[in-house]
Design a protein around this ligand. Structure first.
Ligand SMILES: [Mn+2]
Length: 489
């Protein structure tokens, strides 16, 4: 496998008049997409007879974003594959290969190209996917779409049926672990697994009895998904982010998989938050932290950050006063960061899915109040230019009284207990509604992609009445998989 991947990299560098057949996973680049792309490309290269055709798996994200896929990098390490051997989307010029007629494509784990890639549709010669079929049939494209739990199951099936001789322990391990994660440890109750998934995992395990036990494989991958310990603040905020964008205000709502106190205490956090807002054009960050107690009960905390004091207060008031559902918020003590207001969320059943509509509603009201964004800049940050502010060194004044009486009791958390903490993620991670598990969307786009989603891409707001009405009707939630939900729905 390493040899094959190395060959891909050097063939790309040389070009040498070769043609390239790229196996492309979807833009979420989850484990399924990554492993399906790698293993199918490997299969194709091992079974192809044509000499001038190079098969290359391409991970459909920039290399910079790969650390966000913590389960992917963990799984590669487990299987002794160096990240350096992979080819990422920003490392191969598909447009150029397409133009020169050197490109053909297999799509795995998605079946239509995203709009920005749709010009390459005519060179798609193969599709292997487990999402709802959304492509038109065409003579030169072989389509395998089966609604199984994991796309990797379909690749495993192909390999076992057509080239079982290429199966080695490493290849079997890649296939097995991915199917187990996607099928939630093959548990029928989770509603993902199909008989075909179980059939091929069982065949792999019978061929390679030393493959990891299913429970252990599932737990370690599930834990890796939520292990943010190696991430920068920017990466943590982008890992599971939903953006809410209205005419003047852009909110980042990020799920944070650690105690909010630990998050707020990170070195240089304030600066990181400010840089994050500037880099991606957000005015407000709502960080929703989830952790678990030793008894496996969820702890939820919310921090609201904005340099624009009045805007922050409007957001916090909205969250405090929410009734559908009530979040049962209680302020925690002022942390080391200014421009941040932090709460413990008493209603632990209110996941981000429930909070997003509250914030969406807020944005809709802001838009219809026809109040220009500059109005949100109060004395605290009036030094800012227009739009996004420069840092203010003024002392921050909270409108709410500090309330230290209801701080989360660190004793009831499992964060300090490594083994129990890990157990929490394995047992409850799959129940988080915070988006990582959402597979319903199509076509998937990366959780961190700003390719189409940067609010600044649209330029400054037009101020005609028509434009405003249009914007209001198009308040949009873009979730981590690219699900678009229209505000009017
Ligand atoms: Mn998939």
């Amino acid at each position: 496998m390493e040899h094959f991947l190395q060959g891909c990299k050097s063939a790309l560098q040389k070009k040498d008049g070769n043609d390239f057949h790229v196996v492309l996973g979807n833009e979420a680049c989850d484990l399924d997409s990554m492993v399906s792309a790698i293993t199918l490309a490997y299969f194709l290269s091992k079974t192809s007879s044509s000499k001038n055709l190079v098969y290359i798996p391409v991970l459909n994200i920039p290399r910079e974003d790969f650390p966000l896929r913590t389960e992917c990098s963990f799984f590669l390490r487990e299987n002794r594959i160096s990240e350096d051997l992979l080819t990422f989307r920003d490392e191969v010029d598909l447009a150029d290969l397409y133009e020169s007629g050197q490109l053909s494509l297999s799509l795995v784990d998605h079946n239509v190209l995203p709009r920005s890639d749709s010009y390459m549709e005519d060179v798609v010669t193969e599709v292997i996917d487990h999402h709802l079929l959304e492509r038109r049939p065409s003579a030169n494209c072989r389509v395998t779409v089966e609604l199984v739990g994991s796309c990797t199951t379909l690749v495993a099936e192909k390999i076992i049926q057509e080239a079982p001789q290429i199966l080695d322990f490493q290849l079997a391990s890649l296939l097995q672990g991915t199917i187990i994660l996607d099928c939630v440890n093959m548990a029928p109750a989770a509603g993902k697994v199909t008989p075909r998934d179980t059939e091929y995992v069982t065949i792999l395990e019978s061929k390679f009895p030393n493959l990891p036990q299913r429970d252990a494989a599932f737990d370690s991958l599930q834990n890796a998904k939520f292990d943010v310990s190696g991430l920068s603040t920017d990466q943590m905020l982008r890992k599971d982010l939903k953006a809410l964008t209205s005419r003047d205000v852009s909110l980042a709502v990020s799920a944070i998989y650690m105690h909010i106190e630990d998050f707020l205490r990170r070195d240089g956090l304030e600066n990181d938050l400010q840089t994050f807002c500037k880099r991606y054009g957000y005015n407000v960050i709502v960080a929703m932290a989830i952790t678990f107690t030793a008894e496996h009960e969820p702890i939820r905390q919310i921090s609201v950050y904005s340099q624009q004091g009045e805007l922050r207060r409007l957001v916090t008031r909205t969250l405090e006063k929410a009734t559908n559902p009530s979040l049962d918020l209680s302020l925690t003590g002022q942390g080391p960061c200014s421009h941040v207001t932090t709460y413990r969320q008493g209603n632990t059943g209110a996941s981000r899915k429930k909070v997003l509509p509250i914030l969406k509603d807020f944005l809709r009201k802001i838009d219809s109040s026809s109040r220009p964004m500059q109005a949100f800049q109060d004395a605290e940050d009036s030094k800012g230019q227009s739009g996004f502010n420069e840092q203010s060194s003024d002392n921050h004044f909270e409108v709410f009284p500090a309330d230290d009486g209801d701080q989360p009791d660190s004793q009831d958390s499992c964060a300090g207990d490594e083994s129990k903490g890990r157990d929490c993620w394995a047992r409850f991670g799959k129940q988080l509604e915070d988006g990582l598990e959402d597979e319903n969307s199509f076509p998937p786009t990366p959780m961190n992609s700003l390719v189409e989603g940067c609010p600044l891409d649209r330029g400054l707001p037009k101020l005609t009445a028509e434009a405003i009405l249009e914007r209001i009707s198009r308040i949009t939630v873009r979730d981590s998989e690219g699900n678009l939900t229209n505000g009017s729905q």
